[in-house]
Design a protein around this ligand. Sequence first.
Ligand code: ADP
Length: 705
Amino acid sequence: MPDESPHELQDLTQRLAFAERLLAGIAQANDSLLNVTDYRKSIQSALSILGKSTRVDRVYLFRCHEDQATQQLLASQKWEWVAEGIAPEIDNPELQSFPLEALFPRWSAELPQGKHIAGLIRDFPASEQEILETQNILSMVVVPIAVRTTFWGFMGFDDCHQGHVWSSSEVDALKTVANSFGGAFARREAETQLQQVNDSLEARIQQRTAELEASAALANSANRAKSDFLANMSHELRTPLNGILGYAQILQRSEELKSQEKAHASVIEQCGQHLLTLINDILDLSKIESQKMSLYPSELDFSSFMQAIIEMFSIQANQKGIIFRYNLSSLLPTGIWIDKKRLMQVLFNLISNAIKFTDRGEVEVRVTGQPSIGKTDQASRQQYYLQFEVHDTGPGISPKDLRQIFTPFEQVGNIEKRSKGTGLGLAISQKIVEMMGGELNVNSVLGQGSCFSFAICCPEVKLESRSALEPSTRKVLAYQGETKSILVVDDRWENRAVLTNMLAPLGFQMFEAESGEQGLEKATATKPDLIITDLVMPIMDGYEFIRLLRQHKSTHQTKIFASSASVFQSDQQKSLDAGGDCFISKPVHLRELLQALQSNLNLEWIYEKKVLRQAQAVDRGALEIHLSSSPPLETLRDLQKLALSGLIKAFRNELDRLDQTSTKYQRFTQKYRTLAASFQLKSIQSSLEQAIAEYLPEVSETEYL
Ligand code: ADP
């Protein structure tokens, strides 16, 4: 080992110490650049660590870029650290976009190629010395920085005191830290780009949201306008229907009309009811489309409800000459919490479709139920799982058609039967079942029949007081006790006339007023037991009228019914909030009105003695209701037409055809064959008239259900 001079030894020791500090500094600087929480702070801190560990006077970063016009390389100082006592240059405008290529051509040629510049300034080219010596720099090192693979700029270290000469390994070490700066800039660039993408995405989302909100608002207002229009139209259409249906009901109760005329009134009522169903269906569809349909659950006497449905449809099936079966499980709850109107609507649609589309065979309604184990609602009521099925032996639906039948206005199969519907029923039923938490399903085999089914869960309710109302099948003639007086307030005379003509024959003393103002006068003058008021009236509307009645000493306790063709539940609630006792919808349904009168005026009805044949049929409560020994009404009418025209041969052919449809008409056909054989046309006509008349009261009474 050669002997070292004390001077060389000192130099070596110093170099070692420098290298140690440099490495530690680089490690710390790297660490600071890698753990970026605050980008600016970490760059600044890395520069300071490097400056202190190398004991230089200035550390700086310059960003290089091309001059657009001359395409020469320019440089701008971006970051700087200076030792104590050294004047900072970061704000020096001359160091921004200074012509690197012109002033330091060597640097501008070498740095972009990854080379470095290092050494004592006195060894630098004269042109560089001239500039650098003015800053008292003795030695320096400048290393390039690349971001990814592109030249970004350079990092420089100025030594103004010691004139440290950088060894190649020290320069290499500095190059690695320059790479770390490059990495930090690349990350920053990526983050900035990401932020920009995020910002622009956010701006686009905001813009899109605003656009969507605007179009939703537009659609909503269009929808609202449509719903309002439909609701108003519905109000307008239901108002004249009140007159038509009201008088049809009144005529059917008349003692003076002959059975034939009552039959005509019944046809008017049926057509009116059909029209009312169509109006309601279209309104429901619009509510569904504008998502305004809501359920209004309440307590329902489920056994009576199902019984009423069975009674109603067994008669319809009976008239059509098909078998109607029902199977209600013994596990069904007696009371449930459900929207009665909507459940009725679904069942009505499914069962009436089954009967409408089935020409021979049978329709069967099955209802099973069981408590959902451990399931209760918020009010701790036991949840029941109810499964409804409607089977028929009708024409069935092809798999292709099955996909369409739940679409509004879609009708499939037999053209003739389509005219008896609108194609809305299943679309509405499906939506209602969904709102109740179930799903409407169909299984069908073409030529064999269909089964529509759905299952829902609803809470069981204990029925405290069962409805004390009389069964619907008896005709109300009058009521017990003192005469009650009723004031009808409505701006339309036909509406007043309907109520007066419905109620006066039952023994009520009727008064009428055509406006709220007149109503107040008459109410004070006549002191009626009940006031029935319209809601939509000019000048003083029904709500205001009710409020004033409630404030007045003589009427503040009088019973008040609000009656309107409005379809909004909110209007009904508003009338009750204003002080009404009950809401009666228009067209007025006599049975609904009688029920309201009974419970509000504590009436005891006097009924007609005769019990209609329908009631007997219902009382049988047999699983199979197959009464039909008399042919369907339509067949009776056809026979009647033939008899009236004297077409005996065609009459006999019709009897033959009837026998072919079923053996159950044999007694009937036998009787008419005998009469036809002896040409007793008068007897045939009067006998057929009687058979037709027997049908009709049932039809009208069932409408009261
Ligand atoms: P509508 O009965 O008023 O025409 P729906 O929406 O209730 O409308 O029914 C849509 C269509 O589905 C009917 O027109 C009919 O083609 C078919 N359909 C419904 N129920 C049955 C059924 N039980 N048997 C055969 N076809 C049916």
